[in-house]
Design a protein around this ligand. Structure first.
Ligand code: KG4
Ligand code: ZN
Length: 352
């Protein structure tokens, strides 16, 4: 007999994690499986798109099977398939999308394409059952850094975004410069705890007064110049101090802009999302700034900050409620803007 709950099977493959999850309704996670490729890409110092794509291909079916098994259901119980359709690496996205389409077609169930960035924000709905839009959100990942005002579960207004590197990208690049390797964010997070954040001052970039945009490429160059100048002078670098100083500069800008955006929008809460939201210094500094201003801070637990399929399932559920199925014309949209929602009509016409 078919399970009488509304069950969503979600698939995520936008970068270097192959993930699947089963949710009951929008917020109850029955299973969550992530197959990480970190060890595979570690030796190259970053994600190699072609290798990522091949790994998704070999992992995707077993990850889906495991998610169904762990949830104690079969494909016959699934009511909705949700899959990340952008932004991300095109060769990685298409693997998850092909798997999702095959299931939707074979079982004749609706299919929803999820914007990965709405997914990240949605990780908070899973953790905080009472949380509802509208709210202000700071999204900080490897590919994006944005401040958005979530107007509803499926729409947002972008207040500002990075003009060059994303915060996570800056962490990864700086980690490479000081010899820490990939993935840089967690490694800098750890090493910075042993360093002095005041020892080396890296310039904070705030851009024009009142702007909620970000720029992190200057900090990366600042670190590179510092390391080169030390080397030329024959001095050893203290990697822990560099990590701590760099992190302090990034975190300070993120926290100050988020607090200013809260004031501008009259928000009494801030919701953070994305891989960099797992950063201990950012979590601590934001918590203390919010505390001072009496603002409620929503921080997802760390495993929900980095890429996972539960967040995609949650976003798929709400998108399906508001916008219906996208159907089998769904494609990969590698450069999908942070606020865009894919809508596909019956004859395949796509808009966002
Ligand atoms: O959201 P995510 O898993 O994937 C994207 O959508 O990009 O974010 C990955 C990014 C990487 O740049 C990684 O270095 C960074 O998040 N990251 C961190 C931490 N954990 C992951 N950055 C700083 N501190 C961390 N603890
Ligand atoms: Zn992500």
């Amino acid at each position: 007999m078919k399970d009488n709950r509304f069950l969503t099977l979600a698939i995520e493959s936008s970068c270097d994690e192959t993930a699947a999850a089963v949710l009951s309704g929008g917020r109850d996670v029955l299973s969550d499986v992530v197959s990480s490729q970190i060890e595979i890409h570690e030796k190259y110092g970053g994600v190699v798109p072609e290798i990522a794509s091949r790994h998704h291909l070999t992992a995707v079916n077993s990850v889906i099977d495991e998610a169904l098994d762990k949830a104690g259901v079969t494909l016959d119980d699934i009511d909705l398939v949700g899959v990340t359709c952008g932004p991300g690496l095109v060769g990685s996205l298409v693997i998850g999308i092909a798997a999702a389409k095959a299931i939707a077609m074979a079982k004749n169930i609706p299919l929803v394409g999820v914007n990965h960035m709405y997914g990240h924000v949605s990780s908070n709905f899973i953790q905080y059952k009472e949380l509802e839009p509208p709210f202000l959100s700071l999204i900080v990942s490897g590919g994006h850094t944005s401040l958005v005002y979530m107007e509803s579960y499926t729409s947002c207004r972008v207040l500002g975004s990075t003009r060059d590197d994303a915060a996570g990208e800056a962490y990864d690049k700086v980690a490479r410069v000081i010899g820490l390797g990939y993935p840089g964010g967690p490694k800098i997070d750890r090493l910075a705890k042993e360093g002095d954040p005041e020892a080396i001052h890296f310039k904070r970039v705030y851009l024009e007064k009142g702007s909620f945009d970000f720029s992190f490429s200057g900090i990366k160059t600042g670190v590179l110049n510092y390391v080169n100048s030390q080397k030329q002078a024959g001095r050893d670098i203290n990697a822990a101090d560099v990590a701590a100083g760099f992190q302090e500069a990034v975190v300070e800008v993120l926290v100050n802009k988020a607090m200013d955006a809260a004031e501008m929008t009259g928000s009494d809460s801030i919701v953070i999302a994305g891989g960099v939201a797992a950063n201990d210094r950012l979590r601590k500094e934001l918590a203390s700034a919010c505390d001072k201003k009496n603002i409620k801070l929503y921080l997802p637990e760390k495993r929900l900050c980095t890429d996972n399929a539960s967040m995609i399932g949650c976003a798929a559920y709400y998108k399906y409620q508001a916008m219906g199925s996208d159907g089998l014309y769904l494609d990969a949209y590698p450069s999908l803007p942070v606020d865009a929602q894919i809508k596909i009509t019956g004859d395949g016409e796509t808009s966002w």
